[in-house]
Write a protein of this length. Sequence first.
Length: 120
Amino acid sequence: MTALFTTRGQATAFLIAVYGGIAIGLLYDAARVTRYALRAGHTATLALDLLFWLGAAAVMFLALLRSGMGELRGHMLAGYACGWFLYALALSHWVMSLYRLLRRLSRHAAHTELGRRLFR
């Protein structure tokens, strides 16, 4: 456990929160990919949103326990926001591009002779 009353402890807690924000961003893209793959309607979208928020809450809870002794502080909220923002700017595009590439490859594989036999 890190003592939050030192500058070093607060910096560590902030960085752990940044990593938590990045993890929440990954969860969001996973929910987005699942929604696209399932062509989810209104009810499925609500269910996926609920699962995302439960996962995001779990990530925040675990990070708070790990770094902040269960206390939510302003610098940790800023860390979560920074982590999600950095993920959205730097990684989300690549994750969604990888998804689109895998989707195209799987469609192409399904149209081959082997794919037709496997996916009958």
